[in-house]
Write a protein that binds this ligand. Structure first.
Ligand SMILES: Cc1ncc(COP(=O)(O)O)c(C=O)c1O
Length: 407
């Protein structure tokens, strides 16, 4: 058969679009890039932007990169568990050094390609350990959680969190819906800066949730993607600490994409806090096998930078300073937007901007209003109303507020 005969047959690749889903955030970004208007504003993709609308490399990262160039001696594989010194530094950072050292003998960790790599491994571990497990996710949650859980073969259910009409549904509604979970199910929780609502549990609620999980035999799976961008490193880890102090077991997925600005360097960690040493050894082997199946060994670059920064007093201080200024800026944008939108669009409630934490908030706008803002004013907001608050800056603030006020 020659090539012209072969192409007349049904293609084997790309034959049907039936399985192809939409990716609303990246499609929006495409549209934004093609928009010729000078005053367009990207409030869509979840990348932090500074006051000049840049997503600059942290200066601590630059310094660590120079160190790496100067000292790296080989590029041999680092193995499926990745950089274990990085994992040790991240567990200390995530849990606090005191708690991390207390439970270290029960921790099975693997460095992963970003937070998505960590989530995929954690979800597959759940599915592999117990085919009956259901993963409970907040309704609503980050748009990528569900497809990753589906790919891992996990059954999924929602717990009440946020209603587009009613707003936040409150902790009692959340617990009420989790009453339907059975022992052995897992609950996906975002420890701070909930994506997309920005609305987090308070400490009392974390305590009650830990007791609830304990009582009902539920396993918390904590996604920590914005550590330090809410109320700072210490405040943002408290929910995880409460869970880890009260629960015998949990899973943690951590990413350095946002708090070290290492998005494209794919730098994350999955951690299982197990019931004891024996279980730790078993889970560690499972991480090895899961990683091998997917990517064999994770990328080394980002993890080596983070390890360097966290283990080097000066660089760590430099990084913390940079992270604090990001947090300050986001909190400032929240306050400024609250005041300006309360005046310009007073018919709507904007208090959620002050209550929320981190880069995201869900704006109470209808899909037709969001599309109108896009076509008439060049404001690019995801159709579900999620806004990246760091997309606002001095140059575009007035234009954006006036556009929203014109609705
Ligand atoms: C809640 C949440 N979890 C995990 C991730 C994954 O991060 P990464 O880019 O490191 O894969 C993100 C990224 O936006 C996120 O928002």
């Amino acid at each position: 058969m020659n090539i012209s005969q072969a192409v007349t047959q049904a293609p084997l690749l790309g034959a049907s679009s039936a399985q192809v889903g939409e990716d609303p955030i990246f499609e929006l970004l495409q549209q934004f890039r093609q928009d010729p208007r000078d005053n367009k504003i990207d409030l869509g993709i979840g990348v932090y932007r500074d006051h000049l609308n840049r997503s600059p490399v942290f200066s601590a990262v630059k310094h660590a990169e120079q160190w790496r160039v100067d000292t790296e001696e080989d590029k041999a594989y680092i193995g499926p568990l990745g950089d274990l010194a990085f994992c040790e530094a991240i567990t200390g950072l995530a849990m606090g050094e005191d708690l991390a050292s207390e439970v270290r003998g029960r921790l099975a960790c693997a460095q992963t390609p970003g937070g998505v790599g960590a989530l995929r491994l954690a979800f597959e571990l759940l599915a592999e350990n117990n085919a009956d497990t259901t993963l409970w996710l907040s309704d609503t949650t980050w748009q990528v959680h569900r497809p990753i859980a589906s790919a891992a073969g996990l059954r999924q259910q929602n717990y009440a969190y946020y209603d587009p009409e009613l707003g936040p549904l409150g902790f009692e509604a959340m617990l009420e819906s989790l009453r339907a979970a059975k022992a052995g199910d897992a609950v996906l929780l975002q420890v701070s800066c909930h994506n997309p609502t920005g609305l987090d549990l308070n400490l009392e609620e974390w305590g009650r949730l830990a007791d609830f999980c304990l009582q009902h035999g539920l396993l918390p799976l904590i996604d920590m993607a914005y550590h330090g961008l809410g109320d700072g490193l210490d405040a943002d880890r408290q929910g995880l600490r409460i869970m880890a102090e009260r629960m015998p077991e949990l899973l943690l997925c951590y990413t350095c994409s946002k708090n070290f600005g290492l998005y494209r360097d794919r730098t994350g960690m999955v951690m299982a806090m197990t019931a004891g040493e024996t279980q730790r050894g078993i889970v560690e082997k499972q991480w090895m096998q899961l990683a091998t199946r997917h990517y064999f060994t994770p990328p080394a670059h980002g993890a080596s930078l983070v390890r360097r920064i966290l283990n080097h007093e000066q660089l760590r201080l430099e990084w913390q300073g940079e992270l604090e200024s990001i947090g300050d800026r986001i909190r400032g944008v929240r306050r400024r937007l609250f005041h300006s939108l309360s005046e310009a669009a007073g018919g709507r409630k904007w208090e959620f901007l002050l209550k929320g934490k981190g880069m995201f908030a869900l704006f109470p706008l209808s899909v037709s209003e969001i599309r109108y803002l896009r076509s008439e004013h060049g404001l690019y907001i995801v159709d579900n109303g999620r806004v990246n608050l760091s997309g606002f800056n001095d140059l575009n603030f007035e234009h954006a507020v006036a556009a929203i006020g014109s609705l």
